[in-house]
Ligand binder design. Structure first.
Ligand code: PMP
Length: 465
């Protein structure tokens, strides 16, 4: 059938018949029917029914320069015409992959002069596991293979990525985590702070869990600690400012490698080029993906700091690891064009100086709403925790029972009212494109307020409050 002749129902039927979606209950979705997204421009999407939707999630935390950017399209077209593919395995390279590696070295903190490319964030984190273990083998410490991560972290969906991640539901399927990966609790104030504890005190205490774990595993067995500067898929968990410097101190004290997974935080999301710069840490390795190409084409990789690169290059011989698409020329050409847009339009600075603080103000103003426990932001990412009852002077906010899935109720109202927000448990999260202006933030906030209102009416009618 000609694709133009198909109705939404036709697409939904074909989707249900053939397409197994990621992280989806296929049977439930087939019964309901997917929403078919057909077009994008700027921060806007359109579905097959012609509905216009504000995309406050940048696709999946990735379309940082917005939809429909001609520079990126031209870069892909030109590279496809010139050389659609060549590999980097056989002592060969392509010009876009070299130029992008050089550009990333220039944009990243000074310790990063080398890049290993992958096709996605998950693959990037597989590379991390191979790299840190290889590093310690070459250093003469083959027993140092354990990597410490955090509960509720998301590091991808491959065997290594899902193991590094701390998602209980993922570990429950397929015998994960793989050996040599252990987890500590996340620095989530609403979940773990003690009565009367300040954010700063909590940040230091949450970081101390790393030290306990190192001592439990044995300092001579620990290879690395990995964390997202702000946990994204876990619900935009923003750590107190005291957390990361203390994590750095502990990693330094025990000589373990520090890995910053910047698949979400990289390329301006926090108002800094990399999230580690926002929180004042010096990682040895950075995983990146998503924003490097604004999701126009799959690309990921690892920035390799001098400490690891020197050993790998000077002592390592052949590193038996790589992907067909490591340094894919079309992906690299698109990424170069994307980084060009980010630089030329000063998007990182804009988030830092203007739109980030403006969004923070708007979120702070949500605080009085009866459903809002906390509304927090970091750069252009934010989270609203929906609560059953507000905190009082003597009692913390009362959460909704998780079985009620209040986030999904709110998400339903967003979807029906032209707004894409994501629900993670009781946290409603956003990560809008970095091209947002104050006017677009106003537009987004008006939609968010309307959806909160509809959710408030809904939960009252359901008798949940
Ligand atoms: N790390 C983080 C922090 C992520 O948010 C993601 C994806 N959401 C990944 C890794 C995995 O990336 P991908 O889906 O491209 O494999």
């Amino acid at each position: 059938m000609n694709t133009l002749d198909r109705t939404t129902k036709d697409w939904q039927a074909a989707d249900a018949a053939h397409f197994l979606h990621p992280f989806t209950d296929h049977q439930a979705l087939s019964a309901k029917g997917s929403r078919i997204i057909t077009r994008g421009e700027g921060v806007w999407l359109w579905d097959s029914e012609g509905q216009k939707i504000f995309d406050a999630m940048s696709g999946l935390w990735c379309v940082n320069v917005g939809y429909g950017r001609q520079e990126l399209i031209d870069a892909a077209t030109q590279q496809l015409q010139t050389l659609p593919f060549y590999n980097a395995f056989f002592q060969t390279a392509t010009t876009p992959s070299i130029a992008l590696a050089e550009k990333l070295a220039q944009l990243s903190p000074p310790q990063f002069q080398h890049v290993f490319f992958s096709g996605s964030g998950s693959e990037g984190n597989d590379t991390i596991v191979r790299l840190v273990r290889r590093y310690w083998d070459l250093q003469g410490h083959p027993g140092r293979h354990t990597i410490i991560s955090r509960i509720n972290a998301y590091h991808g969906s491959t065997m290594a990525g899902a193991s590094l991640g701390g998602m209980v539901d993922m570990h429950a399927q397929g015998g994960l985590p793989i050996p040599g990966i252990v987890h500590i609790e996340q620095p989530y104030f609403a979940q773990h702070a003690q009565p009367g504890e300040s954010h700063d005190e909590f940040g230091r205490r949450a970081a101390s869990w790393l030290e306990y774990k190192i001592l439990e595993v044995g300092p001579d067995k620990v290879a690395a600690f990995i964390g997202e500067p702000v946990q994204g898929a876990g619900g935009v968990i923003i750590p107190p400012d005291t957390y990361w410097p203390e994590i750095q101190r502990i990693c330094d004290q025990y000589g373990i490698l520090l890995v910053s997974d910047e698949v979400i935080c990289g390329f301006g999301r926090t108002g800094h080029m990399f999230g580690c710069e926002r929180f004042g840490v010096r990682p040895d390795l950075i995983t990146f993906a998503k924003g490097v190409s604004s999701g126009y084409i799959p690309l990921g990789g690892v920035l390799v700091g001098d400490r690891v690169a020197r050993v790998l290059i000077e002592q390592g011989g052949e590193f038996n690891h790589g992907y067909t698409y490591s340094g894919h020329p079309v992906a690299c050409a698109v990424a170069l064009a994307n980084l060009g847009v980010i630089e030329r339009e000063g998007l990182v600075q804009r988030v830092h100086d203007d739109t980030g603080p403006y969004l923070a103000q708007q979120f702070a103003a949500l605080q009085g709403h009866p459903l809002v426990g906390e509304a927090e932001t970091c750069g252009l990412m934010g989270a609203i925790r929906l609560v059953r009852r507000q905190a009082t002077a003597d009692a913390p906010a009362e959460p909704f029972a998780s079985s009620l899935s209040v986030g999904m109720v709110c998400r339903g109202h967003c979807f029906n009212n032209g707004l894409i927000m994501r629900a993670v448990g009781d946290r409603m999260i956003i990560a809008p494109p970095l091209i947002l202006t104050r006017e677009l933030i106003d537009e987004m906030m008006a939609r968010i307020r309307r959806c909160l209102e509809l959710t408030w009416v809904d939960v009252q009618q359901r008798g949940w409050v």
